[in-house]
Design a protein around this ligand. Structure first.
Ligand code: NDP
Length: 307
């Protein structure tokens, strides 16, 4: 079987490439192969490759401050990419695929915690990432519609914050873990102050990138239903995460200072009970180990990483 992976040059795409071990022909795409915002380019590429299945990872992705500073492109890039991909998947008769949402598209004031798969559209997302959130919500809607109208098996996965090797460590655009690793590394290297943003009270769930890549493979291989699946792990506070990284990176505690800054949504707790009911034996990477691997990878690949 020919499986096309959009976003193959991103963090999850590269982790997927590292772990796959089967007889399928996997094709990993980057934006150099095709700008997925342009329908004709997507059509020509799929016409050439003729894939049987898809793992759609490509997106304009970023942390809290990238979302706050670029609300228009976070919506319009993602809505174009996702619409084009779905239209062309259907045109070339791709029957099954994985489509990637995110728990940060969930309501900011949900009716209950933990949130589950049925609550995506319950009320508005947090204002800090409305553009990204609505574009991903529309992809969920369209997957459901293609499944209903064309009897497709387009499965939406809903991961929490992902982190690990190959992440984007850019100081302006990064998600919380790679951003913090890079800033702590700079503080250690220059024996400089490290600023914690806000009180660190916000709670977040983090999933190691290789764990998510393994989930994608298992779900694509064995899951034939259409219900979306949350992929998550335990919750910790940003404060506790910062302390773990301070220990791993071995920062002088005198250099840690606090400044007031937007902390985003204070809580987005979601449940993996549906995933666990499907894959009860799945083994998660412990966060201390995951953070240590990620930091070591960051140091060993410093010259070539996204930063
Ligand atoms: P990355 O930012 O690491 O990679 C993004 C990928 O998308 C890259 O391969 C990039 O190509 C490609 N891409 C972006 N724009 C275009 C475009 N216009 N045309 C073609 N390709 C494009 O993403 P992740 O691996 O971190 O994320 C994978 C998926 O998981 C995404 O859908 C994201 O929304 C979702 N997700 C991620 C989370 C996280 O914490 N990282 C959390 C929850 C969900 P190139 O390298 O050439 O630029």
């Amino acid at each position: 079987m020919k499986i096309i992976v959009t976003g193959g040059s991103g963090m999850i795409g590269r982790c997927l490439k590292d772990i796959i071990n089967d007889d399928n022909e996997w094709i990993f795409l980057s934006s150099k192969d095709c700008d997925l915002r342009i329908l004709n380019e997507v059509d020509n590429l799929f016409n050439k490759i003729k894939p049987d299945r898809i793992v759609h990872l490509a997106a304009n992705v970023g942390g809290l401050y990238k979302n706050i500073n670029n609300p228009i492109s976070m919506f319009s890039d993602n809505i174009k990419i996702n619409e084009n991909i779905l239209e062309i998947c259907n045109k070339y008769d791709i029957q099954k695929g994985i489509f990637c949402l995110s728990t940060c598209i969930f309501p900011s004031n949900p009716s209950k915690y933990p949130m589950n798969e049925s609550m995506i559209h319950e009320s508005e997302p947090h204002s800090s990432n409305e553009g990204y959130a609505y574009s991903k919500r529309m992809m969920e809607l369209q997957c459901r519609n293609y499944n209903k109208v064309y009897n497709r098996n387009y499965i939406c996965l809903i991961p929490v914050n992902l982190y690990g090797p190959y992440d984007n460590f850019n100081l302006k655009d990064a998600h919380v873990i790679p951003g913090m690793i890079h800033r702590l590394y700079n503080s250690k290297t220059n024996n400089d102050e490290f600023y914690m943003y806000g009180e660190g009270k916000a709670l977040r769930q983090f999933l190691y990138s290789y764990d998510f890549a393994k989930m994608i493979v298992e779900i694509l291989d064995t899951y034939n239903e259409n219900k979306s699946i949350i992929c998550c792990n335990d919750e910790i506070s940003i404060n506790s995460l910062t302390n773990k990284l301070i220990d791993i990176i071995n920062i002088d505690k005198h250099n840690i200072k606090k400044i007031d800054k937007d902390e985003g949504c204070l809580k987005k707790t979601s449940t993996n009970s549906y995933f666990t009911s499907l894959f009860p034996d799945f083994k998660y990477t412990n966060i201390d180990k995951g953070l240590k691997y990620t930091y070591d990878w960051f140091v060993n690949n410093y010259d070539n990483l996204r930063k």
